[in-house]
Design a protein around this ligand. Structure first.
Ligand code: ADP
Length: 384
């Protein structure tokens, strides 16, 4: 009997050891898995066949903005996403109906404070343990894609606006060129041919302007790395601009003048961008002024130089003043439409000013004129 007992104890010890070993092994596996998913930047939640939480990581708490998740709690109690039709979506239903790994970028998540984020959600059906009878479940991976979504939307809108803006001048030049061909074949009226070609030429020049603005824009949007800081002699730069733009101003009977602070010092910034910014303002001042003058001013101020562009032009209404730096904005004022323009100039200018940490102020009165004041700070090479 005692021998038997001993035998039984011994055999029990033998069978208990693998169970204990298995448990330790399983515990180790679990810890490994937990530290692995905790090291992931994306939110991970694993649920069982009833959509109840089995495992989750820290990023999931951050994304859902909660302090803890009780294991076995129903997934639907953790978050209620909103679908693309602005309707609440049943997340448990979505998960349980998933047969193959799927991803979605259309759901949104609303927080208690009313703010919303766009969600990337990937659902993959998995076996949570091995074997034929092994428990089945789903792994959910969630990510905040609000920024990507808004960039995507902005890019789509930009492409559609650009293609719309390009279509009109192309259609007008195409129409005028085929008109010129038609006249050449039929009547050969040289004046009519010249007129049609002149209009087509104007439209091609407009397209060239637009492409220039777009390429400056893409340079400006590529980032800050390309800002090459150099010492700019502001006096010389303004003199150069004066002589470059005097013919254009004179052709419109406008007086282009300089008002320079005699104490101007060297400015440390990107000569390329400073010049481009000033050129945009000068072009506009000349373009939107029918009589009077345009003054390019520059004075030394603390930590930089303040440039100004004053004109006696058509002026900008209060409501337009808030929009002149918007993409493709052109005032409804009929006098604006007597000139050609892409509505990109000031938008590009604003991008460039950000690159060199400059600041723009606008003062304007309708029918009296406008003053754009541009503060350009001295930059250290490293700041740029
Ligand atoms: P555009 O190619 O039309 O000139 P901009 O982006 O340079 O585009 O300017 C946007 C709009 O701001 C112009 O269409 C015009 O309505 C207004 N604007 C800009 N500068 C002036 C100015 N100096 N005087 C009056 N209106 C101006």
């Amino acid at each position: 009997m005692s021998q038997n007992l001993w035998h039984n104890k011994a055999s029990m010890a033998l069978t208990l050891r693998p169970i204990k070993q298995n448990r330790v092994q399983a515990e180790l596996e679990h810890q490994r898995l937990t530290s692995l998913i905790n090291s992931m930047a994306d939110a991970v939640i694993t649920v069982d066949e009833k959509a109840k939480v089995v495992i989750y990581n820290g990023a999931a708490l951050n994304l859902l903005d909660i302090n803890t998740i009780r294991l076995s709690s129903p997934l639907a109690s953790l978050f209620k996403p909103i679908d693309s039709n602005n309707q609440p979506a049943d997340i448990a239903d979505i998960v349980l109906q998933t047969m193959l790994p799927t991803t979605s970028r259309d759901l949104r998540l609303k927080y208690a404070d009313g703010s919303m984020i766009n969600l990337y959600l990937s659902i993959a059906p998995v076996h949570l343990s091995y074997g034929e009878t092994g428990q089945k479940g789903f792994v959910l991976l969630l990510r905040d894609i609000t920024r990507e979504k808004s960039l995507e939307e902005e890019r789509d809108e930009f492409i559609s606006v650009v293609s719309h803006e390009l279509r009109t001048p192309i259609a007008i030049s195409e129409g005028n060129i085929s008109n010129a061909q038609f006249i050449a074949e039929k009547s050969g009226d040289i004046n009519a041919i010249k007129q049609a070609l002149a209009e087509a030429h104007n439209q091609v020049l407009f397209l060239a302007d637009m492409i220039n603005d777009l390429s400056t824009l893409s340079r400006a949007e590529r980032g800050t790395l390309e800002v090459a800081v150099e010492a700019i002699n502001v006096h010389n730069l303004c003199q150069e601009l004066l002589s470059n733009y005097t013919p254009e101003a004179t052709a419109k009977n406008l007086q282009l003048k300089l008002e320079l602070d005699p104490k101007l010092e060297l400015l440390y910034s990107s000569k390329l961008y400073v010049r481009e910014i000033l050129q945009n303002f000068i072009t506009n001042s000349i373009k939107y002024t029918q009589k009077g003058h345009v003054v390019i001013g520059a004075k030394s101020v603390a930590k930089g130089v303040e440039f100004s562009l004053t004109d006696t032009g058509i002026g900008i209404s209060k409501s337009d003043q808030e929009r002149v730096f918007d993409k493709f904005f052109r005032s409804e004022d009929f006098r604006t439409h007597q000139t050609t323009g892409t509505g990109l100039g000031l938008y590009v200018t604003m991008k460039l000013t950000r690159l060199i940490h400059a600041d723009i102020k606008l003062q304007s009165e309708l029918n009296k004129g406008s003053t754009f004041t541009i503060f350009i700070p001295n930059l250290q090479a490293a700041e740029a």
